[in-house]
Design a protein around this ligand. Sequence first.
Ligand SMILES: Cc1ncc(COP(=O)(O)O)c(C=O)c1O
Length: 467
Amino acid sequence: MSNRAAARLHGYQTAIWGELTAMSNRLGATNLGQGFPSWDAEPFLKDGAIKAIAGRDYASSMALQRPLGSTNNPNSGVPTQFPVVPLNQYTRSAGHMPLVNRVADMYTEILGCKIDPMTNVLITNGATQAIFNVTQALLNPGDEAIVIDPAYDSYAPCIELAGAKPVHVPLTRVEPHGPDKKNPVLVDAHSPIAQCPTSAEFVLDAEVLERSVTPGKTKLIFVNNPHNPSGKLFSLAELTQIANIAIKHDLVVVSDEVYEFMIYPPVQKLARMASIPGMFERTVTFGSAGKTFSVTGWKIGWCVGPPSIIHPMFLHHQYTVYSVATPLQDAVSSAIANAPEHDYYARLIRTLREKRDKLCNVLHDVGLTPFVPEGAYFVLADTSRVRFPEDDVVKRYEAKGQKLSRDFAFAYWLMEEIGVAAIPPSIFYSPENKHLASNLVRFCFCKDDSILDAAATKLQKLRPFIL
Ligand SMILES: Cc1ncc(COP(=O)(O)O)c(C=O)c1O
C-alpha cells in the first residue's frame, strides 16, 4: 500500500484502545481496560434525547411515521398543522443556546464568577475535539506546550499536529511523611485498603515544571484534574504553584476537568484552576457530558474560558465542525437541569466509590498494591511483586515484530493467562518517561458489579505468582 499520509502523520500508529479491546473480546477476557461505563444511561437522560429527536412536545406516532421528504400535504396523511421541530437541524455553531445557558449557570456557581453564555462557552464534539481545537487555535509552529506525564494520550499528538513541541514533565512518586506514614484517609479506616498508598503519592515538582518553560516559546500547560490514569486530585496548593508559573511566564492553562464530578470523600469540592485569582483570564476548562452522564458515545463536551481563548477556538470550530449534534446538546441541557432532582451527582459518587473500594480490595488482597484513587474511575496498581514469565512474553511478541516494555508484557500476560484486560500505562507517558510505568497497570472500575466480581475471581489466579 502506498503511503499517502501527510508528513505530519508520519510515525503515528493506531491507538492501542481498539487493539486491546479486540484482543480482550477474542480471548473472552473480563475487560477493565478502556474507561467507559458498562451501564446504560439513566432514563432521565435518554428521555431527553428521545424527546429532542421525536419533537420535544409533539412526539406523536404520526410525527414519527412522517416519511422522509414528505410535505405537509393533507393527502399524505400527515396533519397540516405538523409542528416545526428544529431540533434535528443545525444549531448555533458555538453551541445550542439551552445548553450554553445551562453550562454558563453551572460554571458561574462552580467558579464563583459570572460566565457569559455568549462569549465564555463553546460546545464541542466531546473534550477530545476541544483538545485538538485549543492546540490549533492557540499554538504556532515552533511553540511549546507542557504536558504532565502520565497524560491523556491525545494531548501530545494534537500539540504536534499544530506544529508545536510537547515538553513533558513527569509526576513523581513521593511516599507520605509524618508519624504514621499514611496518606489522608480516603476509605473506611477499618478497611484493608486504608493502609494502601493513594493517588496523592503522585506529585508534580514545581521547580522541574518551571525549568521546562522556554521563555517566548512555551504557550500552554495541560493540567488534568481529576487525573487520568492515576485518579489524583490536584490540591489548591498544587494548582496555585502551577498558576504562579503560568502568570509569571504568561501561559494559558488548559484545565481538562472531564472527571470533575467524580471525587471521593473526604474531598468534597474539586479545586478549580480557573477560580484561582488571576487565572480565569488565562484558563480554559474542559468538561464532558460523556464522562459526567455516562454517555461517552454522545460526544458532547464544553469549554469555559475568557473570550481571548474561546473566540479563537470558535473560529477553528466553525470551519472544522460547525456545530455539534443538536438533539444531544438539548438532552444534555435537560440532563444538567434535571440532575439535582434525581440526586444524580451524589449517587454517581456513591456508586463509583463502592466500586473503587471493591476493586482496590481485590487488588490489595491478591498482591497488586493499588494506589487508591481520590477521583475519576481508574486505579493504578503496582505490579512489582508479580513474578510473571516476562521474558517468554517478550520473546513471543518479538517474534511477531512487537517490542514490549514490562508493563505491556504484564498487561498482555494478564489478559492471556489470567483473563483480565487492563491498560499498560506507558501509553500515557512520553518516550523519555515510559520507564516510570514499568511496574504499573491501570484498571477501570466503572463496570457493573458482575464484571468486577468476574475479574475478582480471575485475579485470584495471580496468587502463585506473587513474591
Ligand atoms: C483526561 C481525558 N480528557 C479527555 C477525554 C475525552 O473526553 P470525551 O469523551 O468527552 O471526548 C478523556 C477520555 O477518556 C480523558 O480521559
